[in-house]
Design a protein around this ligand. Structure first.
Ligand SMILES: C[S@@+](CC[C@H](N)C(=O)[O-])C[C@H]1O[C@@H](n2cnc3c(N)ncnc32)[C@H](O)[C@@H]1O
Length: 196
């Protein structure tokens, strides 16, 4: 399966937003670890409201350009800070008081739809960013990771993320793996981690 925007099942990203929405309140702090075309950061900014704050990370100019347009047109830029660096630098880039107080972190792995398919998230940096995200979450906070296996390296990264989730202390984190309704080997999957 190719994970281009048109072929990518909407259901996993929609489901991720639904799960995150249930953990978010107006005024909350949230992170989009892979801003891409801006859909999740738009959702987060809209949901936390004018008193909330969202940090977004991406390494590509195109992702920042598209996201700036979407947020600008919606009047949401004031509540969002977009960081042009890898999500593995998250703890260095966030305000010092954020760790332990973040209500939601969203990841959508793979490549930028309608962008360069050669630029993809990488297991090593993804795992470092997941470690940082687990530190950032507050109790009751939710981490979502949409994982794709249809592109080169996607299977390895999905496996690495699942192994990462397995080693989380069960007393502190509830882990759920949601598989898509598609019964294909490379169907997308959604990991949801809730901090207890
Ligand atoms: C599938 S897209 C994200 C889609 C996005 N969530 C949306 O709503 O449109 C994956 C994005 O991850 C970005 N990416 C790759 N490596 C990254 C890294 N180390 N840190 C942050 N973003 C990264 C890519 O540039 C790409 O834009």
């Amino acid at each position: 399966m190719d994970n281009t925007a048109s072929e990518r099942p909407k259901s996993m990203t929609t489901l991720a937003q639904a799960r995150v929405r249930s953990a978010l309140r107006p005024g909350d702090w949230a992170i989009d670890a892979t801003i891409g075309n801006g859909n999740d950061v738009f959702f987060l900014a809209h949901t936390v409201g004018p008193t909330g704050k969202v940090y977004g990370f991406d390494i590509q100019d195109l992702a920042h350009a598209r996201t700036n347009i979407i947020l600008g047109e919606a009047g949401l830029l004031a509540r969002v800070k977009l960081i042009h660096t890898g999500h593995e630098q998250m703890l260095d880039e966030l305000p010092r008081d954020w760790p332990g107080k973040v209500a939601a972190v969203m990841f959508n792995l793979g490549y930028l739809p309608r962008g360069d398919k050669g630029v993809i998230t990488q297991p090593e940096t993804t795992l470092r960013a997941l470690d940082a995200s687990a530190i950032c979450l507050k109790r009751g906070g939710v981490l979502s990771v949409v994982m794709y296996q249809g592109h080169l390296g996607g299977k390895n990264e999905t496996l690495a993320v699942k192994e990462w989730a397995k080693q989380l202390p069960p007393h502190d984190y509830a882990v759920e793996l949601i598989q898509s309704g598609q019964f294909t080997e490379d169907a997308p999957e959604l990991l949801v981690v809730s901090k207890q």
